[in-house]
Design a binder for this molecule. Structure first.
Ligand code: ATP
Length: 215
């Protein structure tokens, strides 16, 4: 029986860029997902505190997703006043959606390579499938548990099983990075790789220290 398929894509999105949108849309198309939900992280456990507040990052995501069919924004992590562990988010989604929905967690190769430092990482494939997207400059692991997970999985099962597959989409994504974009904005350089609506909001509100007079 074909299950309803939902992709969950978490990140700091500081700010959301075209690489993120391409990842969401490419996995939706290749895996034939019914929808993809973008989840801004409130308190990232593995990264520096984001430059923008959670509410600002959420607003930029909503602007970027508003024009795109099948992309939704899910703000559940902002409602938990503690580190945004992905395992907690998946447990919450599972409770809401039940066991008859296929959930796929989307992430880039850089994130997948660091997965073993995530809270209760072994639980993740019990709660969802994982799909890794090729971030330029990062390779998939070639040995160890994370490589083994990839080796035994089958993409087609995303539609018939609720969780448990770990697959990769090998087509390289765009090389945009939020860190580079933030650095450029702070230096007054107009960055490439931002959706127009996001760039316009940043300019109008002088986010990341960007001021029009600098460019
Ligand atoms: P930074 O450049 O500061 O590391 P980022 O661009 O990675 O930020 P995040 O919000 O931290 O943005 O990333 C969320 C997710 O998106 C992670 O799983 C990351 O691997 C993935 N990702 C971000 N940019 C790309 C990209 N260009 N290609 C593939 N995956 C990406």
């Amino acid at each position: 029986m074909a299950l309803k398929t939902i992709g969950l894509f978490g990140g700091t999105f500081d700010p959301v860029h075209d690489g993120h949108l391409q990842m969401a849309l490419e996995s939706k198309k290749v895996l034939m997902l019914d929808e993809v939900r973008l989840l801004p992280c409130h308190q990232p456990p593995h990264r520096d505190t984001p430059q923008l507040s959670s509410e600002q990052r959420l607003l930029l995501l909503e602007l970027a997703a508003s024009d795109v069919d099948g992309l939704l924004v899910d703000d559940r992590e902002l409602k938990r006043d503690k580190p945004s562990w992905t395992v907690d988010t998946l447990k919450e989604c599972r409770e809401e959606l039940g066991d008859e929905v296929s959930i796929t967690l989307l992430m880039g190769t850089d994130a997948y390579n660091g997965l073993q430092s995530w809270h209760n990482w072994q639980m993740l494939p019990k709660l969802a499938h994982i799909c890794v997207l090729q971030r330029p400059g990062y390779q998939l692991p070639d040995h160890g548990v994370l490589a083994d997970w990839l080796a035994v999985s089958t993409a087609a099962k995303i539609h018939t099983e609720a969780a448990g597959m770990v697959i990769a989409i090998k087509q390289p994504m765009l090389a945009w990075s939020a860190t580079t974009i933030r650095e450029q904005l702070t230096r007054g350089i107009r960055p490439k790789g931002l959706p127009k609506v996001v760039f316009d909001y940043i300019v109008n509100h002088q986010l990341y220290g960007f001021t029009e007079k600098k460019y």
